[in-house]
Design a binder for this molecule. Structure first.
Ligand code: PAF
Length: 286
């Protein structure tokens, strides 16, 4: 596996691969890899001959007071996991190369896609994500890029700017990977204390109860949200940031589910903010 640190290296690699007729996939990550990331790598492999994983804790998507400084990092472990997973190249750029002095540009997706859900409580977050992903697309020139459904709003934003900016990258969204007890895998799960970790299963439970209600014919979103919120609130350490149901395509809030919808939630346990979601009906990915 190649380790690429200079920002001109992944493009050169992609061009060499493509000159041999190979398809290149990119899996963008912020490192501290878990089984969820490795599932993205496996799916990337199904779509391409070569898989590049980028590993960059992107400072511009963290707001003031968020966890940029304490975001978990373990390069050697990430390198070993990628090697084992058969990744062809690991791209590990420096922040100073990604954002040199004078950097003044941002990719900002407007409207309902970024207004609600995490966009409401994390101003600037999706502009940070879109900007770095657009840069990674330019630097790595992938044919296809794979993102996780856990970050459903992020996936929708990335699909939007990729189409709006006519970028020739196919976006693949991969299903959420969960721990045995249902907690969605996330690098941030390591922040949880033992008690918080035990109580965090209410997230998946609340989504399950919401799906059950939907399956019994409930279409009123207030009723479904109430049910989900009650279950989350049964965990004394949980503090709800939001529980919302939005249109799966536009991410605009809906009162009555008549088209595919997304139930998304964000919940704090202590300082740790966890997100999770399900589609209603609960089939496929965004
Ligand atoms: O999902 C993530 O880990 C990040 O938001 C991404 C897509 C790698 C951009 O920094």
């Amino acid at each position: 596996m190649q380790i690429l640190r200079r920002i001109d290296e992944p493009r050169a690699l992609a061009r060499t691969c493509k000159s041999r007729g190979e398809r290149v996939a990119l899996v963008p990550t912020m490192g501290y890899l878990h089984e969820g990331h490795l599932s993205l790598v496996r799916i990337a492999r199904q779509h391409a001959d070569r898989v590049v994983v980028s590993l960059f804790v992107n400072p511009t998507q963290f707001g003031p007071g968020e966890d940029l400084d304490r975001y978990p990092r373990d390069f050697e472990r990430d390198r070993a996991l990628c090697e084992e997973a058969g990744v062809d190249a690991l791209f590990v750029p420096e922040a100073a190369d990604m954002y040199p002095q004078g950097f003044s540009t941002s990719v900002d997706v407007h409207g309902t896609l970024t207004k609600g859900l995490c966009g409401a409580s994390r101003p600037g977050h999706f502009a940070g994500v879109a900007t770095v992903v657009a840069k990674l697309f330019n630097l790595c020139e992938p044919d296809v890029a794979v993102f996780g459904q856990k970050d459903a709003q992020q996936a929708a934003v990335i699909r939007r700017f990729t189409e709006d900016l006519n970028l020739a990258v196919e976006i693949v969204v991969a299903p959420i990977v969960r721990e045995a007890d249902g907690l969605a895998m996330s690098s941030r799960n390591v922040y949880l204390t033992q008690d918080e970790r035990a109580q965090a299963i209410v997230l998946k439970k609340s989504l399950g109860a919401a799906v059950a209600l939907f399956d019994r014919g409930e279409r009123n979103t207030a009723a479904i949200i109430n049910e989900a919120e009650d279950i989350v609130a049964s965990a004394p350490l949980a503090r709800i940031s939001y529980v919302e149901i939005v249109d799966a395509r536009t991410l605009a809030p809906v009162d009555v589910i008549e088209r595919p919808a997304l139930l998304a939630l964000a919940v704090y346990f202590g300082k740790t903010r966890l997100i999770d979601n399900t589609l209603l009906p609960p089939t496929g990915v965004l």
